[in-house]
Design a protein. Structure first.
Length: 271
């Protein structure tokens, strides 16, 4: 019997998830269908209930429902608890397991596809909102030499440091506080690139051979990546790889097999 999965959000027309998971299914030989569900802003719970009643096995959850998905789950992974949000649900009878695959997707894309190890590296994470919160734990589990968090609102950076400090060498504050430091990996988890802006990085933050990574993706290099190239980054990557890698983490949770992300990323680029 063909298993049913879907992504739910509002809006949803822009989603690439059905194409990604259809490619994963063809690659792995898994028997499933994957749809997109537009849920009313006040109707997330009803949409999930209807999907489960029709035999749905799992959901990806996108904006603006990740907090509601967290509340709906009656079991939560460590990654979901750290992020305070759920982007993946797996259903098994009355059990609704909530997970957050964003951080694992980022780490997988950097370490496996881009072949940039994080262990022992100096990492700078820009931003302290929901996107940043979801990736701090997975980044620290890679055992970097240090993880600095820079944010315009300094207290938000300090809050993440307090929350994740017991897990590893993390420090943070305003952008000025990283002046004089050089980093091997610089990750933009702010929304600046969506507006064509660039975070106010001090000069000299890119160490020799540094990678600049933007969670935002598009048809052209983001404003941050263009700036990073011009100011010392040796290589750059946008968030399309993370998008596909976090989908692969969801697929692994649902089906027990990890698909290869590289050909799927290439196909999406070609489109």
């Amino acid at each position: 019997m063909t298993d049913r999965y879907a992504v739910v959000g509002h809006p949803i027309a822009q989603t690439k998830s059905p194409r990604i998971h259809a490619a994963f299914a063809r690659q792995t030989g898994e028997d499933l269908v994957y749809d997109a569900i537009l849920a009313p802003l006040d109707g997330f719970g009803a949409a999930v209930a209807a999907f489960r009643a029709a035999g749905g096995r799992g959901l990806n959850v996108t904006v603006p429902f990740k907090l509601e998905a967290f509340a709906l789950a009656n079991e939560r992974s460590l990654r979901a608890q750290e992020a305070g949000a759920v982007n993946t649900l797996r259903f098994d009878g009355d059990r609704a397991l909530g997970d957050n695959t964003d951080g694992a997707g980022l780490v997988s894309d950097i370490t496996l596809r881009l072949r940039v190890p994080l262990a022992g590296k100096r990492v700078l994470l820009m931003g302290a909102g929901g996107a940043a919160r979801g990736v701090v734990g997975p980044l620290l589990r890679e055992r970097p030499a240090s993880l600095a968090i820079a944010n315009r609102t300094v207290e938000k950076a300090h809050e993440l440091v307090r929350r994740f400090g017991p897990q590893g060498p993390v420090h943070g504050g305003g952008y000025g506080e990283v002046a004089g430091e050089a980093f091997d990996v610089v990750i933009n988890a702010t929304s600046a690139s969506l507006e064509g802006a660039v975070p106010p990085l001090p000069d000299g933050v890119f160490a020799p051979g540094a990678l600049a990574y933007d969670l935002v993706y598009g048809d052209r290099p983001t404003s941050f990546l263009v700036s990073a190239r011009a100011t010392g980054a040796a290589s750059v990557a946008d968030g399309l790889g993370m998008l596909v890698a976090q989908a692969a983490e969801s697929f692994l949770l649902w089906r027990g097999v990890r698909p290869d992300t590289a050909p799927v990323i290439e196909a999406l680029r070609a489109r």
